[in-house]
Each structure stands twice: as C-alpha cells, then as structure tokens.
Design a protein around this ligand. Structure first.
Ligand SMILES: NC(=O)c1ccc[n+]([C@@H]2O[C@H](COP(=O)([O-])OP(=O)(O)OC[C@H]3O[C@@H](n4cnc5c(N)ncnc54)[C@H](OP(=O)(O)O)[C@@H]3O)[C@@H](O)[C@H]2O)c1
Length: 355
C-alpha cells in the first residue's frame, strides 16, 4: 500500500477537497492535481501534499503526470466534459482509474474501454461515490437472490444539499428528459410520470419519481436485468411541477441565455452541505428485483450523508483496488462485491422492515 502512488484530479473542487481530507485521514499522500495553479497550490500547501498543474486538453502533459502514479481518482466534473481525456490517458499509460460520476453517458464510455483496460491489466471504476456504490451494491444483492429477475427498481432519499458541481452535472442531463430501461434498451420516459410511494428504512412512506440515474446503465451491466427504473424522493408538489413543466425543459435549456443565467445562479448560490449537515445527514436506499412470476426480493440500505459517503467510499475503493487488483471496466459491486458497501462506516442493510 505504502508503495502505491495515486493522484487526485479536481482536488480543489468541493468534493475533491473532501476526498483529499479523507485520504490524509487514512494515511494516504495523494498527489493533488487540477488545471488551475492559483486554486491548486494553496490547497497543496495547506495539506502538505505534492501537486501537478495539468489541463485535460493537454494529452502529453496528462500522460506525463499519470506515468508517475498507479491510479487516478478523477473528481473534476461534469464528467461528460472531463472523463474521456482522462480515461484515454489512463488506458495509454496503464493507470487505474476511478471517478465519481453519476452520468449515464460517462458510464457507457467507461464500459467501452473494458477490452483496452483488460489488455493493460488495469481497472476502470466509474461511480465510486454516493452515485453509485450504495445503489449498485444493493441492486446486485437483491438481484443475486432472484434468479432470472426481469425487473429491478431502485429508489433513494438523500437528506442533504447538493453542491454546485452536482447541480451543473444534473443540468447537463436535464435537457434530455427522463429515461428508464425497458427490454434492455434505454427508453425515454416523461419526467414526472410514474411517481409512487416507497417505504424507506426510517419507516415512513415517501413519494418518489423516476429519474435517469446512473444505475440505468450500471445495474444493467452488473445484473443483466432488462427492465430498470430508478427513483428519487421528492415533495409531491415538486413532482406535480416537474410533470407540468418537463415538456418545455429541453427547449428552455437549449437557450444559451437561460443556461448562462442558471450557471451564474449555481456558482453564486449553491455551496453543498456544510460540515454540520455532512455529519448529521443520512441517505436511504431501497431496491427490489422481481421475476416474471412476481416473486421478488427487496432490501434497504442506510448510509451516512451523500457527500461524506462519496469521500469515504471513494477512498475505500482506492484501497480495495490496491488490495485486490480487479481488472477491466467494472461497476463497484462487480469490482469489490455486493457486500462492499457494508464495509463503509455508518452503513446498514435491512432485509425487512418492522411493522
Ligand atoms: N458520485 C457522487 O455521489 C458524487 C458526489 C459529489 C460530486 N459528484 C460529482 O463530482 C463532480 C464535482 O462536483 P463538485 O461538487 O466537487 O463540483 P465543484 O466544486 O464545482 O468542482 C468541480 C471541479 O472540477 C474541475 N473541472 C471542471 N471542469 C474541468 C475541466 N474541463 N478541466 C479540468 N478541471 C475541471 C473544477 O476546476 P476549475 O475550478 O478549474 O473549473 C473543480 O476542481 C460533479 O460532476 C458532481 O456531480 C458526484
């Protein structure tokens, strides 16, 4: 472990900094990296870590930086704009890759690199944060108990706030509308449709609405179940609003001035959860796999607050890669097993609920 060197790219972003702090706490000394010297150097100096200033659009410099390490933790998003150059450079240099994306298109890109990763004897794991470790592990757990399952549903409720980076990444996908997986294919689905109530492990029923979550790609990859719906908990009023306005979202978001206004708002106003909320927040997840006869298995997970989970879970994935040396483009549950999530402090899995 001590001989394994890794780099944290996007280290001075909101989540990157949480990952850097967690890494230090667990005795790692990652090289911090990012494109802005002005933002990177003060952080590296504060944490007493080495740094490399390198832009993603400079492949030669990126490959040179990666050749110094065994693994890169990519925390700079939206990943739709940042994952490809890093993945390509990792395959070129034979460097393990993890990122914290939740974006469907990015998972697809990562899985396309499977063969190349195997040839280079490296692992590529996208989604080593709250997206998608808990949902991926719980999906694989319920799927393993329903042989021949044809339907998978996954829902979550995160008690927290979103960061600017997460909001920007969601905005990238928002104009494309809703999606579900049907008969193995990603299929458009009207946002706001299909809302229902789910009982989470805190015991209360919550309204959830189908949203295009990364598990539409990863759970299909990990379980092979052809029909998948992913839900997030919302206030019923919000669901009604989304249903009403979702037909105009793509047109509105295609307008440059509208996107500009939203970006400015996000950068000025959205800060992510503070330390207190990161310590007190929680996340609740439910998954159900069913076969064609209606036989099913459902289970629940509880985890710590989502951004805290991302830092802790992400660093645990780095450690697992150095311990176990998985190979290929894998989901977290494929790389480390469906029970991996239980190794992350504050996580509890339930097979039934009281009452
Ligand atoms: N998996 C999960 O559960 C999870 C949890 C948290 C966050 N995330 C994702 O992680 C990403 C970052 O979130 P955040 O909250 O940390 O956002 P943030 O505070 O806005 O930080 C974004 C970071 O990415 C860098 N970046 C963006 N575009 C870049 C590019 N083209 N080249 C190089 N660097 C670039 C930024 O650098 P500059 O300042 O130089 O632009 C900054 O360091 C988002 O995509 C978010 O959705 C996922």
């Amino acid at each position: 472990m001590a001989n394994n060197r890794w780099m944290l790219y996007g280290a001075y972003g909101y989540t990157g900094e949480l990952v850097a702090d967690e890494a230090l706490k667990r005795g790692h000394k990652p090289i911090l990296a990012g494109r802005s010297a002005e933002k990177l150097i003060p952080l590296a100096e504060r944490l007493g870590l080495e740094y490399r200033v390198v832009a993603l659009d400079d492949p030669a410099a990126l490959q040179k930086a990666l050749s110094e390490v065994d693994l890169v933790f990519h925390a700079a998003g939206p990943f739709i704009h940042t994952a490809s150059p890093m993945l390509d450079a990792c395959v070129e240099t034979g460097t393990h890759y993890v990122d914290i994306t939740g974006e469907i298109a990015v998972f697809r890109k990562t899985f396309k690199c499977d063969e190349a990763a195997r040839q280079k004897n490296i692992v590529l794991v996208s989604g080593v944060g709250f997206d998608i470790i808990p949902t991926d592990c719980l999906s694989s757990y319920v799927a393993s108990q329903v042989p021949g399952a044809i339907e998978l549903e996954i829902a979550f409720q995160a008690i927290s706030q979103v960061s600017a980076g997460t909001t920007k990444s969601s905005l990238e996908g928002a104009g494309k509308g809703g999606w579900v997986r049907r008969d193995g294919q990603l299929t458009p689905y009207h946002l706001g449709k299909g809302a229902k109530q789910i009982r989470f492990s805190h015991g209360k029923q919550r309204w959830v609405m189908p949203i295009p979550w990364g598990d539409l790609e990863t759970a299909y990859r990990a379980t092979g179940i052809p029909n998948i719906t992913t839900y997030m908990s919302y206030h019923p009023r919000m669901i009604r609003m989304v249903k009403m306005f979702s037909p105009v979202f793509p047109y509105l978001l295609a307008l440059k001035p509208v996107r500009g206004l939203i970006r400015t708002y996000i950068e000025k106003r959205i800060t992510g959860p503070d330390e207190q909320l990161r310590q007190s927040g929680k996340s609740y997840i439910w998954a159900k796999a069913a076969d064609k006869n209606g036989d099913f298995k459902e289970a629940w997970l509880e985890t710590m607050e989502a951004y805290q989970f991302t830092a802790v879970g992400g660093v645990r994935c780095v450690e697992k890669i150095f311990e176990q040396h998985p190979v290929g483009a894998l989901t977290p549950s494929q790389a480390f097993g469906a029970d991996f999530v239980l190794e992350i402090e504050g996580t509890r899995r339930l097979d039934k609920l009281d009452g």
